[in-house]
Design a protein around this ligand. Structure first.
Ligand code: NDP
Ligand code: 2IT
Length: 448
């Protein structure tokens, strides 16, 4: 074992000892530590600054209670978090997740990933993440509003347009952002740069809603074209049926790919003639139904309970857009056996460590989340620019910037992988490119 590898493992042991009960956070750190040794070999001064031990420790974690009154007049209480992970490159930036599984481990893994994702965009944003174990499913608009208002009563103390700028994530879409911003404004006055993902009517950006999904497809297109392939005519499976999945499917269709399946947390639909994206939008965005409803309207499609990644069917491109660890070693084996040649991650950490290694060994083109799904936060940063300029860019301008950003990210991670002798390993390329920027930004600002 080299001295540098020993240093990396010693830091990992400390992280494990500090937070042994945080499996998702440890997983994200492990995956990262597996790939960044060449950067420390090239720049040993980073070891002297103990950058690694500093970079895995969030700058600040805020936890608070969110009491609210349900429609029956009963008082409920949820737990909320904001993890302000790293501000070396800019103010903390990252979404809020409302899902019953939310805990400190999940928010820390998301904040850690966000720090590096944001650095890959080339925009001046640091990393943060937050959320609550509140479950929005089955709640009325009034309940959602009261919950969001109560959460913001506390969160507003810690955010602001040059401090920390939340946005959406799982369970937080346009409706929730509206209620959160409304309460923020009531307490602080109009400062619309303090939250992104806002509706167009009060300071949102054209193209933000579509940005993560469209950006994922722009990234995938760049990765495929570099390998002499294209999306046209390929069969694609997208998991999830939320914000990221819907606009991924829409853009794949525009590129003449055929999306044959999508899913939710209970099951999935297969429609070999091509998923009807407008129908999904109506079911999920407007009616807030389950995906199983699709087959009542399109009987030629089939519904199956379970995980779409375990289904045996021939296709070519897999785009996981639901949640962390949706692809484990068994589903990775099925995906490979199905003939898939490219996987790009729309969700955060959807493939576990074993799955990622299997894809690499099978020679699959693999776009890791922190690169492939950076389009959402990139357009959030464009929303911040528009808010501070007090103007609105056209959708053409935003989409053009998004496309350029995703192509740059792909080029960046491909070149860095090549430079360090691991050509084609985009996981290593993304981690090394992102780490180098954050690490030097930290070094140049001293021990603070
Ligand atoms: P949404 O809430 O809009 O949609 C989430 C989708 O994933 C739903 O179909 C949901 O199904 C499914 N899902 C959620 N949890 C689980 C679970 N435990 N098991 C199986 N399926 C699940 O969220 P988004 O589309 O915004 O987010 C999806 C992913 O993309 C997340 O990993 C998020 O972190 C990531 N992401 C989001 C960005 C954004 O801008 N929104 C930007 C970059 C990444 P159900 O309805 O049944 O819960
Ligand atoms: O994971 C993510 O990048 C997001 N949920 C979007 C964050 C943002 O600030 O737009």
């Amino acid at each position: 074992m080299t001295d540098i590898r020993r240093y990396i493992e010693e830091v990992y042991t400390k992280v494990q000892a500090r937070d042994p009960q945080q499996p998702e956070f440890l997983q994200a750190v492990r995956e990262f530590f597996n790939t960044i040794e060449p950067v420390l070999v090239k720049y040993p001064e980073l070891i002297k600054q103990n950058i690694l031990e500093r970079i895995v420790e969030p700058e600040r974690i805020i936890q608070f209670s969110v009491p609210w009154v349900n429609d029956q007049g009963e008082v409920e209480v949820n737990r909320a978090f904001r993890v302000q992970f790293n501000s070396a490159i800019g103010p903390y930036k990252g979404g809020l997740r409302f899902h019953p599984t939310v805990n400190q481990s999940i928010i820390k893994f998301l904040g850690f990933e966000q720090t590096f994702k944001n650095s890959l965009t080339g925009l001046p944003i640091g990393g943060g993440k937050g959320g609550s174990d509140f479950d929005p499913k089955g709640k009325s608009d009034g309940e959602i509003m009261r919950f969001c208002q109560s959460l913001m009563n506390e969160l507003q103390k810690y955010i602001g347009s040059s401090m920390d700028i939340p946005a959406g994530d799982i369970g937080v879409g346009a409706r929730e952002i509206g209620y959160l911003y409304g309460q923020y404004k009531r307490l602080n006055g109009s400062e619309n740069g303090a939250i992104t993902g806002k509706h167009l009517l009060y300071g949102g950006s054209l193209g933000r809603k579509e940005a993560t999904g469209y950006g994922l497809v722009y990234f995938t297109k760049a990765m495929l074209e570099d390998a002499g392939k294209s999306i046209k005519g390929q069969k694609v499976i997208v998991s999830g049926s939320g914000n990221v999945a819907i606009y991924t499917m829409e853009k794949i269709k525009e590129c003449e790919g055929i999306v044959i399946a999508c899913s939710d947390s209970t099951g999935y639909i297969i429609d070999e003639s091509g998923i009807d994206v407008e129908l999904i939008k109506d079911l999920k965005e407007v009616k807030r139904e389950r995906i199983s409803e699709y087959v009542n309207i399109r009987p030629e499609a089939s519904y199956y309970p379970g995980n779409v990644w375990n289904h045996r069917i021939t296709y070519h491109i897999a785009l996981p857009c639901a949640t962390q660890n949706e692809i484990n070693k068994d589903s990775a084996a099925t995906i490979i056996a199905n003939g898939v040649f490219a996987v790009a991650e729309g969700a955060n950490m959807p493939t576990d460590l074993e799955g990622t290694i299997m894809f690499r060994k099978a020679g699959i083109l693999f776009g890791p989340a922190k690169a492939a799904n950076a389009g959402g936060v990139a357009v959030s940063a464009l929303e911040m620019s528009q808010n501070s300029q007090r103007r609105c860019w056209t959708s053409y301008e935003v989409d053009n910037e998004l496309k350029k950003t995703m192509e740059n990210i792909y080029g960046q991670i491909r070149n860095v992988a090549r430079e360090y002798g691991v050509e084609g390993d985009f996981v290593a390329g993304a981690n090394m490119a992102a780490f180098t920027k954050v690490a030097f930004a930290m070094e140049f600002q001293g021990v603070v």
